[in-house]
Design a protein around this ligand. Structure first.
Ligand SMILES: Cc1cc2nc3c(=O)[nH]c(=O)nc-3n(C[C@H](O)[C@H](O)[C@H](O)COP(=O)(O)OP(=O)(O)OC[C@H]3O[C@@H](n4cnc5c(N)ncnc54)[C@H](O)[C@@H]3O)c2cc1C
Length: 385
C-alpha cells in the first residue's frame, strides 16, 4: 500500500504522462478504430501496469487502491484506460489460483509488459449474463484439451498474447451445482491464431477493439489449466470484484472530466450577455453531477480499502460500480447539454467520452444484475432469476 505522499506522486506522474496523449490522439484512434499502442507503451514503461503484481514477480504490489487511483486519473485526464485495466487485473486469476510454474513463467513478463494479457473470454452469445449456461467446451485428451465453441465481446483478443478463457469441462446436466464443471485456461494465442482459433472484430459505437472468438478443435496443452478443473467459475467471480472497483474508478475519472469540462465551458460561453453558467438551469445539473461523482468515489475507495485489507468487499464493489457508472453517465449527459450544439462536435471530445462512458452500465456487468445481487445477497429478497 502507498502512503499519501507516494499516492500524490503517482497521481502527478500519471497526469504528466497523460498530458502527452491529448484529445487529438484519442480522436485519431477513434476514427481509425486503432489500438492505443503508444499510450500503453508509455504507461508500461512507467511501471504503472504491474501495480497488482507482487514484487517477487516484478511488479510493485501496491494494491487495488493505487490501481484505482491510476485509472481514475487516466480517465479524468480525458484518456481511456480499457487496455490498461485489462493488463492490470486479468492476471489476478493466475496470481490467486495458478500454479507456481504458471506464476513464475507469466507474471514477470506481464509486469514488464513484454507479454500482453488483455483478453478475457467469458461472455457467449447463447448465455449472456447467465454465465453458467456457457457452451464452449474443453475436453481432456491425455496431455491436451480440445476446445470448441464461441465467445462474444472478447475485447482486445487481436492485441493480446494470452487469453484467459472460461470453458465447460463437465456438461451442466452432469454437475450437482450449475456453477461447477467450468474451468479457466490461460492460453498463449500467439501460437494458436489460425489453428483452430478465429478472431473476428465487432464494429461498435466506440473504439474498444472487441471481438468474437471461435474455437474449432483448438488443441491446447493441459498445463494451460489454471487451478483445479471444474472450479473455474469461483476463480472468475473472485476476479470480478477487482474489475468492478477498477471500472468504478474509471467512471469517477470520467465524471470528473465531464464536470470540469462543463464548468469551464459554462464560465466561458456568453449568451444573452452573460456566462451560461450564471443560470441556475445550467449550473445546478453540473453541481448535481459533481455531488454524484463524489458520493460514488467514497464507495469506490471504501471497496478498494476493504479489498486491500483482505476483508469482504462484494457488496461495496458492486455498489461502487453501480453508483459510479450512473454518476459518469449523468455527467456525460449533463456535459452534452451544457455544450449545446458543440456537445456534438468531435473537436470538443465530449461526444467521444459520452459514447465511451455509456458502456459501463452494460459491461462488465449490467446494472440490473448488480441490483439483483444486492436484493438477494444483501437484502435477503427472493432470487429473481
Ligand atoms: C464493448 C464491450 C466489451 C466487452 N468486453 C468483454 C470482455 O472482454 N470479455 C467478456 O467476457 N465479456 C465482455 N463484454 C460482455 C459484457 O460483459 C456483457 O455484454 C454484459 O455482461 C451483459 O451481457 P449481455 O450483453 O449478454 O446481455 P444480456 O444478458 O443478454 O442482457 C440484456 C439485458 O437484459 C437484462 N437482463 C438479463 N437478465 C436479467 C434478469 N434476470 N433480471 C433483470 N435484467 C436482466 C440485462 O441487465 C441487460 O440490460 C463486453 C461487452 C461490450 C459491449
Amino acid at each position: 500500500m502507498a502512503d499519501q505522499q507516494e499516492l500524490s506522486m503517482i497521481v502527478d506522474s500519471v497526469r504528466a504522462l497523460c498530458a502527452d496523449f491529448p484529445g487529438s490522439y484519442w480522436r485519431d484512434l477513434d476514427h481509425r478504430r486503432a489500438y492505443p499502442a503508444a499510450f500503453v507503451a508509455a504507461m508500461t514503461s512507467a511501471g504503472l501496469l504491474g501495480v497488482l503484481i507482487p514484487e517477487i514477480y516484478g511488479g510493485s504490489g501496491l494494491g487495488i487502491s493505487v490501481a484505482a487511483t491510476i485509472l481514475e486519473e487516466v480517465h479524468a485526464s480525458g484518456c481511456n484506460a480499457a487496455a490498461l485495466h485489462a493488463q492490470i487485473y486479468t492476471m489476478g486469476t493466475v496470481l490467486r489460483h495458478g500454479s507456481q510454474a504458471q506464476k513464475e513463467k507469466w507474471l514477470p513478463q506481464i509486469a514488464s509488459g513484454e507479454i500482453r494479457l488483455q483478453a478475457f473470454g467469458v461472455t457467449e452469445p447463447g448465455a449472456g449474463s447467465d454465465t453458467t449456461n456457457i457452451r464452449t467446451t474443453a475436453v481432456r485428451e491425455g496431455e491436451t484439451y480440445r476446445v470448441n465453441g464461441q465467445k462474444v465481446w472478447t475485447s482486445r483478443a487481436e492485441y493480446s498474447d494470452l487469453l484467459l478463457l472460461l470453458a465447460r469441462t463437465t456438461p451442466r446436466d452432469k454437475v450437482a451445482k450449475k456453477t461447477d464443471g467450468m474451468s479457466v485456461f490461460l492460453i498463449d494465442i500467439r501460437d494458436e491464431k489460425n489453428q483452430g482459433l478465429t478472431i473476428k472484430p465487432i464494429a461498435t459505437m466506440f473504439n474498444h477493439a472487441t471481438t468474437e472468438v471461435f474455437f474449432d478443435d483448438l488443441i491446447i496443452p493441459a498445463d494451460c489449466l489454471v487451478g483445479e478443473e471444474g472450479k473455474g467459475f469461483r476463480y472468475i467471480i473472485d476476479g470480478m470484484n477487482a474489475e468492478r472497483i477498477l471500472i468504478a474508478a474509471e467512471c469517477i475519472g470520467d465524471n470528473r472530466w465531464f464536470v470540469e469540462k462543463a464548468s469551464q465551458y459554462a464560465k466561458d460561453r456568453i449568451v444573452f450577455n452573460r456566462p451560461i453558467g450564471q443560470n441556475q438551469g445550467v449550473q445546478f445539473p453540473i453541481a448535481r453531477a459533481y455531488a454524484q461523482g463524489q458520493a460514488a468515489r467514497l464507495m469506490t475507495y471504501r471497496a478498494a480499502e476493504l479489498y486491500d485489507e483482505g476483508n469482504p468487499h462484494g457488496s461495496e464493489a458492486n455498489m461502487a460500480k453501480l453508483l459510479a457508472s450512473e454518476a459518469s453517465w449523468a455527467a456525460a449527459d449533463m456535459c452534452v447539454q451544457t455544450h449545446g450544439g458543440f456537445g456534438f462536435a468531435e473537436e470538443y471530445d465530449v461526444e467521444r467520452k459520452f459514447r465511451e462512458t455509456r458502456l459501463y452500465q452494460v459491461a462488465p456487468i449490467s446494472t440490473n444484475l448488480i441490483l439483483a445481487y444486492l436484493a438477494e445477497h444483501v437484502l435477503g429478497l427472493p432470487r429473481s432469476y
